[in-house]
Design a protein around this ligand. Structure first.
Ligand code: UD1
Length: 316
């Protein structure tokens, strides 16, 4: 059974990937420091995985945990644009130094391939839509810079150290297990929380900014495809759906699903925010076999159902 390592495996996307890998028969080791991830995210699979409570800033600890792995999925990160502005040192150390440590440990352990979770934020505010991989990056926040640097490092580990790497630029991933408890949480998890608690969400700006919201199962599936795709080593691909929806549209759709009327509050636009984001998916479809399964309606429905079952209204 091939051993896979998932850094950030107790996080929202990582824990979905862990389940998919187990379903496919892999043996899975998780590396997570539980700073933003939670062991409860791995609840029913906990006894089927190896769990290493390791911080990726701790280079010496990574080697033994990665040894023997065929593939490393590197998802551990401090994943937030505003958090990288409020606390740039922490996000720099985790997202850049930590990524370097993971790549270095993987190269030393002779891992076959590393799949790196990059970010659509690297595109910044370039006018053109959809965002295509060949565009010049225009990062607008420390987070965007950090994730972009990780891509460059991944590519250089391929060219200089003979480590196969594939970077996937995630586009606003949402779905079950996204933690809504922090002000830095992804907007759709916050929308779900407010909808079920019947409280008003705050929309930063006019709500007409748009995102290529991508359901977590589709992203996890693409990670696995990227681990095997021939000819992909050293490259970067968009991991989005190729559509975009405004925050106003989504909040409206959620109210309709729930049969409630709750006006959102509007606040000033957030620093470092990108106006519109949408992926060009041609390369990922052609070269990785990307085939997103979930429409926004289906994804929202499933996500809402998960929050309804797991987050009692009184607690949100
Ligand atoms: C960015 C990246 C994304 C990355 C994520 C990590 C872009 C286009 N996308 O997401 O690839 O995975 O960082 O965190 O850069 N908002 C509200 N009210 C809230 C919270 C957020 O209106 O309570 C707004 C934000 O101002 C933003 C949008 O919702 O316009 C999405 O915000 P968020 O979910 O934090 O993700 P991005 O910053 O777009």
């Amino acid at each position: 059974m091939a051993k896979c390592v998932v850094t950030g495996g107790a996080g929202f996307i990582g824990s979905t990937l862990v389940r998919k890998l187990l379903e496919g028969g892999a043996s899975v080791a998780v590396i997570d420091n539980l700073l933003t991830g939670h062991e409860k995210n791995l609840f029913e699979v906990r006894d089927r995985i190896e769990f290493h409570r390791i911080d990726i800033r701790d280079a010496a600890a990574l080697g033994p945990a990665i040894r023997g792995a065929e593939v490393v999925y590197h998802l551990a990160a401090i994943p937030s644009v505003p958090r990288s502005i409020d606390d740039p040192v922490l996000s720099h150390e985790v997202n850049i130094d930590g990524t370097f440590n993971v790549l270095q440990a993987a190269a030393q352990a002779k891992v076959r391939r590393v799949v790196y979770a990059a970010s659509s934020s690297a595109y910044g505010d370039s006018e053109t839509l959809p965002k295509i991989e060949t565009m010049l990056p225009r990062p607008k926040s420390p987070y965007a810079v950090q994730k972009l640097l990780g891509e460059y490092y991944a590519s250089v580990f391929h060219s200089c150290f003979d480590l196969e790497t594939v970077a996937l630029r995630f586009f606003n991933v949402y779905g079950p297990r996204q933690d809504p408890s922090s002000p830095y949480s992804g907007v759709l998890s916050l929308f779900m929380k407010h909808l079920l608690a019947r409280t008003q969400p705050t929309i930063f700006g006019d709500g007409e900014q748009s995102r290529d919201f991508t359901y977590v199962e589709d992203v996890a599936g693409l990670c696995i495809k990227a681990s095997n795709a021939p000819g992909a080593a050293g490259k970067m691909y968009n991991a989005g759906n190729g559509g975009r929806f405004t925050l106003n549209f989504i909040w409206d759709a959620l109210q309709k699903m729930e049969g409630v009327k709750l006006e959102a509050k509007y606040g000033p636009p957030r620093a470092g925010d990108v106006r519109h984001s949408m992926a060009e998916t041609t390369a990922a479809v052609a070269e990785l076999g990307h085939a997103p399964q979930f429409t926004i309606e289906e994804g929202l429905k499933r996500t809402l159902e998960w929050y309804r079952q797991t987050q009692p209204a009184a607690a949100v």
